[in-house]
Design a protein around this ligand. Structure first.
Ligand code: ZN
Length: 375
């Protein structure tokens, strides 16, 4: 969820700007001559062969307001019809808890409501299409059965209300990652969203209790998500976690200077410990160009940046659909993922590379976290 700030720029998607952007894109990419465009059949084949896992989607925010996830909707980014069209094989739906629930002391309750929205109003309502997945193997089984694997990630560590028992209960209900903070610093971890606010009591990263939370997540087999945390918290978590950590929905600061994105130094250090950056599609996290708007090629540029820094094994997808204001042109909603496959092929990525970016890397991380659980 990253629509809490006003958009820094508009998203003019008119045909004229599209042509201008295409022209600029071709010049920048250089290697892509019109004759080298991958064919639709190749795109379909490569897309279908990969297990596409989106590590962060905020559709539960709409479902909890009563939206039926089944039929094609005119608004929003996600529904069952468009997930199928987009060839999405697995989604981590965010049990996002707004920081506004903290002073009301209803953060844990809201997390439970969101988790139930996923379990009852999504998976429970469409059991022929969705199946709740708890492990990497569950995702692969769902793929074989032609179902969409649904996973749960709690967004905002304030949701545990400083209780290990609440954390364990979220895990018992199916949550397989937790984003340590949202845009708010909580009682045990600093956020990137308010590091500059002198009115907020900060901890210089992670507190001792925060370290215990990480230890318990490691023991449970819950992935540690560092999207939204401050830089100092990132380094503290990287040091203390026994398992690889990941950013479920962040991009590269070198390409777009926003504190929600990761620096090259962070990406290298994360990757050296087996971690992952799942690229966020929010236009304002992809580019700072005043015009033209963000496009598919910007997502490719962020993926490519991580690959150049670390190799193919440290990058994935965390769209943040239904939690973002402006999505890139060409990736307007979950049905458009094949456009990303086309763009990655055009950039020279092999089908094997694409399979790792889309899901192979995250499955590997999940297995590492599962293997370390219980210790
Ligand atoms: Zn978020």
């Amino acid at each position: 969820m990253d629509a809490n700030k006003p958009p820094s720029r508009g998203g003019y998607n008119g045909p004229h700007m599209l042509l201008v952007r295409l022209g600029i894109g071709l010049v920048l990419l250089g290697a892509v001559a019109p004759g080298q465009k991958p064919g639709d059949e190749e795109v379909r084949r490569v897309h279908r062969a990969a297990i596409l896992i989106d590590a962060h989607n905020d559709a539960p925010l709409r479902v909890i307001r009563g939206v039926d996830i089944g039929p094609r909707a005119k608004d929003g980014h996600t529904d069952l019809v468009r997930l199928r069209e987009g060839g999405v094989d697995a989604v981590f739906f965010a049990a996002y808890v707004s920081p506004t629930y903290v002073p009301r002391r209803q953060a844990a309750r809201q997390a439970l409501e969101m988790i139930d929205a996923v379990r009852t109003s999504m998976v429970g309502r469409y059991p022929g299409d969705f199946t709740l997945a708890l492990t990497a193997s569950d995702i692969e089984s769902a793929h074989r059965e032609g179902k969409i694997a649904v996973l749960i990630g709690v967004e905002g560590g304030h949701a545990i209300e400083n209780s290990h028992r609440v954390l364990r209960s979220f895990h018992a209900l199916g949550a397989r990652y937790m984003t340590l903070t949202h845009a708010n610093t909580n009682d045990w971890a600093d956020s990137s969203g308010d590091v500059d606010n002198p009115k907020v009591p900060h901890h210089n990263g992670l507190t001792d209790f925060g370290r215990q939370v990480i230890a318990e997540m490691n023991r449970l087999g819950m992935m540690v998500d560092i999207s939204h945390v401050s830089d100092k918290t990132f380094w503290d978590v990287l040091e203390v976690s026994r398992t690889p950590i990941f950013a479920s929905h962040s991009s590269c600061r070198a390409l777009c200077n926003d504190p929600r994105n990761l620096t090259d130094e962070m990406i290298r250090a994360l990757a050296a410990k087996g971690g992952l950056v799942q690229i966020n599609f929010r236009a304002a996290f992809l580019t700072q160009r005043a015009a033209p708007p963000a496009g598919v090629e910007d997502v490719v540029a962020h993926i490519d940046h991580v690959v150049k820094l670390t190799g193919i094994g440290a990058v994935g997808i965390g769209s943040d659909y239904d939690g973002i204001d402006y999505a890139p042109v060409g990736l307007e909603d979950v049905s458009k993922f094949p456009n990303l496959t086309r763009a990655l092929l055009a950039k020279g990525y092999s089908p094997e590379d694409i399979a790792r970016i889309y899901g192979g890397n995250l499955l590997r991380l999940m297995r590492a976290v599962e293997a370390a659980a219980g210790r």
